[in-house]
Design a protein around this ligand. Structure first.
Ligand SMILES: Nc1ncnc2c1ncn2[C@@H]1O[C@H](COP(=O)(O)OP(=O)(O)OP(=O)(O)O)[C@@H](O)[C@H]1O
Ligand SMILES: [Mg+2]
Length: 220
């Protein structure tokens, strides 16, 4: 099966006040196209750091990350931005919604950037917001939404352009059990029906066990 991502001896060290913090130490794994991978491990073990590296938002201190046969490090910042918009859907741990735009506008932004008309992109965004249970909230600003509702807007935003790969950082972290299971079903249905790969950091072992593979960063 062809590989989507390959991580070879990936390490990341941050330096704070001249003292090094080893966030990731020689991480090795690969993920095939159309498969799902859960990244687990205790708080601070480097899950978010790894997801940022996979999305090209930051660079490893050493080691290589390869996406469909190409080194991410060889892409310019502009190339990375286009690649992220076209191939990846990213859900940040802390949402990162644009505060001055409504839920609908936040979700439709990437479609409009990639050239889809405003009316068409609103239509598709409304559909997906309805799927995550936010039909009544589409014209609300992030500040007018609860934490869990913001999380669901971020999830809708990551899925709307049907990316090759979803990268999600604890997408059910802020949700109650009921909404978490709705979102888990939605994510799993979507990746199956649209042949999307999924890389997901989670503390939820029930969710992680539904995925094809798991890597545990606490063993690093
Ligand atoms: N920008 C940064 N500068 C310095 N240190 C950082 C930075 N980002 C992360 N770290 C450190 O790297 C380590 C890994 O952080 P990371 O956010 O990847 O953990 P995590 O596994 O996602 O944790 P959580 O489950 O709490 O979200 C932590 O010790 C953290 O303090
Ligand atoms: Mg994290």
């Amino acid at each position: 099966m062809s590989k989507l991502f390959e991580c070879i001896d990936v390490s990341k060290t941050f330096t704070i006040d001249k003292s090094p913090i080893e966030a990731l130490k020689k991480v090795n794994f690969d993920i095939s196209l159309n498969s799902s991978l859960g990244i687990i491990g205790p708080s601070g073990c480097g899950k978010s750091t790894l997801l940022n590296l996979l999305a090209g938002l930051d660079d490893p201190s050493s080691g290589k990350i390869i996406y469909k046969g190409s080194y991410i490090s060889s892409m310019t910042n502009d190339e990375r931005a286009i690649w992220r918009n076209e191939d990846l859907g990213f859900v940040y741990q802390f949402h990162h919604l644009l505060p001055e735009f409504t839920a609908l506008e936040n979700v439709s932004m990437s479609l409009q950037i990639s050239g889809v008309s405003k009316s068409n992109s609103f239509e598709r965004s409304e559909e997906i917001l309805e799927k995550v249970g936010l039909k009544e909230r589409i014209n609300h600003l992030p500040s007018e939404l609860s934490g869990g509702e913001r999380q669901r807007v971020a999830i809708a935003r990551s899925m709307v352009n049907e990316p090759t790969c979803l990268i999600m950082d604890e997408p059910t972290g802020d949700l109650d059990t009921n909404n978490a299971s709705i979102i888990i079903d939605l994510i799993l249905n979507l990746i199956e029906s649209k042949d999307i790969s999924l890389i997901l950091a989670t503390h939820d072992m029930v969710f992680a066990n539904l995925l094809d593979n798991i890597i545990d960063l606490s063993n690093g």
